[in-house]
Ligand binder design. Sequence first.
Ligand code: TTP
Length: 202
Amino acid sequence: MLHLASQSPRRRELLARLGVPFGVIEVDVPEERAPGEPPEDYVRRVAREKAGAGLLAMVAVPGAVVLGADTEVVLDDRVFGKPRDVADAVEMLESLSGRSHDVISAVSLVSAGREAQALCRSRVTFAELDAAAIAAYVASGEPMGRAGAYAIQGGAERFVARLEGSYSGVMGLPLHETDVLLRQFGIATGFPPPPGTTKGAS
Ligand SMILES: Cc1cn([C@H]2C[C@H](O)[C@@H](COP(=O)(O)OP(=O)(O)OP(=O)(O)O)O2)c(=O)[nH]c1=O
C-alpha cells in the first residue's frame, strides 16, 4: 500500500490525480539548507528525509511504500522556501518580479530495502509586479506556506509570463516523474473518473 508522507493538501490532490489509492502520514522534517549545500542536493535530501520519516512511522506495516517530496524556488544562488512572515513574502515576490527562476521538486519513493528518486526542474518567468500587486497578493494570504511565496495554481497564475517544464512539478508533485517511479515499484496508476460520474460509465 502506498502512503504519502506530507502535510500538503496540494500533494494529496495531485497524487489523487494518478488514480492510485494511498494513505497519508503527517511527518515533520526540518527544512534547513546546510551552509554551501547546492540547491538540488538540498531538495533531494529533504525529499528523501520526508520519505524516510514516513517509512519509520510505517515500520509495522508490511509492504508499505512511502512517497516524500520537496519543492523549492531557486533564484540565482538563493533558495526560497516557505516565507517566514508577510515581510519575507513581499521580499520574495519583489525578487522574483520581472525575472526567471527555477522551481526544483524532488520525489522519493522508499520501501523496506528499496529507494528511488526523481528530480524535476522547471523554469518560470514572472512579469514585472508593482508594489500594489504584491501587496494585494500577500494580503490574500495565499503566499504563506508556499515555496517562493506563490501558487501557480492560484492567484499567481497571472504573474507567470512563461513556464518551461512541469506545471505539477511547480505545484509540488511532478506527476509524470511520480507516475514513472510508482510503476518502477510495481504500483499501477490509472485515471480516476471525473467527479460526478461513476467508474466505467461512458
Ligand atoms: C511554487 C509553488 C509551491 N507550492 C507549494 C507546494 C508545497 O506545499 C510548498 C513547498 O513546500 P514543501 O516544503 O515542499 O512542502 P510542504 O511543507 O507544504 O508539505 P510537506 O513537506 O508536508 O509535503 O509550496 C504551491 O502550492 N504552488 C506553487 O506554485
